[in-house]
Design a protein around this ligand. Structure first.
Ligand code: SF4
Ligand code: FES
Length: 258
């Protein structure tokens, strides 16, 4: 197969970017989208040109690194798949394909297709953890969890932190990502001690990272490679309201951590 690629090239966060055109030739139909870029990069390097920079790690839909816009769609045309899980047989032979990085104020471009998604790490650091000691493997029935809760927690835990939800959202909201983390831990017994502190801290961090607000467009759910439902946003909002309603007033003059 062969394709004409229009690829965003940007040397550094501060330099101007532009779309450049490359020919991808002799591409096996079973090649993944990233393998197709590998082949193009081999040709670029052979001719002494700088290869296209893109992030990748697992290439199995697990790590969330392979974030890119393909013809204006986050992760490309296959629903419920990360870019690394998209195969070239999905496209038409001879097709022109435009490849760009995520476009969001909260995800500045580092180089070509690579964006800085450390804002997600800071949201996790704000509260996406539990303090309950888990230690080694416990007896399976020692802590009973209702199947509806374990299913909902597992669905939310499928989030790979790729950022497609942010890139697809007209507001650049990180609500689906943050809510997936809140809902995952908030549905399990081990997540209860910090449940309301967690949602307050993660939402505060999300708001301080230049993400937009959620107005329920639903584009995030459409773009998510793990098909996480916007139901998690409803749960995050419910927990947030409880957190605000039950919040203890801060002591005047308190250092805050006593
Ligand atoms: S919610 Fe979906 S789209 Fe957003 S970061 Fe998680 S896996 Fe990616
Ligand atoms: S490279 Fe890990 S999800 Fe695509």
């Amino acid at each position: 197969m062969k394709f004409t690629l229009k690829v965003w090239r940007q040397a550094s966060p501060t330099s101007a970017g532009r779309l450049e055109t490359y020919q991808a030739t002799d591409i096996p139909s079973d090649a993944s989208f990233l393998e197709m870029i590998d082949i193009v990069n081999d040709h670029l390097e052979e001719s002494g040109k700088e290869p296209i920079a893109f992030a990748h790690d697992c290439r199995e839909g697990i790590c969330g690194s392979c974030s890119m816009m393909i013809d204006g769609v986050a992760h490309g045309p296959v629903k419920g798949a990360a870019t690394c899980q998209v195969h070239m047989r999905t496209f038409t032979d001879g097709q022109e394909i435009t490849i760009e990085p995520w476009r969001s104020a909260a995800f500045p471009v580092l180089k070509d297709l690579i964006t800085d998604r450390a804002a997600f790490d800071r949201i996790i650091q704000a509260g996406g953890y539990i303090s309950a000691p888990t230690g080694g493997a416990r007896d399976a029935n020692e802590i009973l969890v209702a199947k509806t809760d374990s299913d909902a927690a597992m669905d939310a835990a499928a989030c790979i932190g790729c950022g497609a939800c942010v890139a697809a959202c007209p507001n650049g909201s990180a609500s689906l990502f943050t809510a997936a983390k809140v809902a995952h831990l908030g549905r399990l017994p081990q997540g209860q001690p910090e449940r309301y502190k967690r949602v307050e801290a993660m939402v505060a961090q999300m708001d301080s990272e230049h993400f937009g607000h959620c107005t329920l467009y639903g584009e995030c759910q459409e773009a998510c490679p793990k098909q996480i439902s916007i139901d998690v946003i409803a749960q995050m909002n419910r927990d947030y309201i409880v957190a605000m309603a039950t919040r203890k007033p801060e002591m005047s003059g308190s250092s805050g951590n006593g």
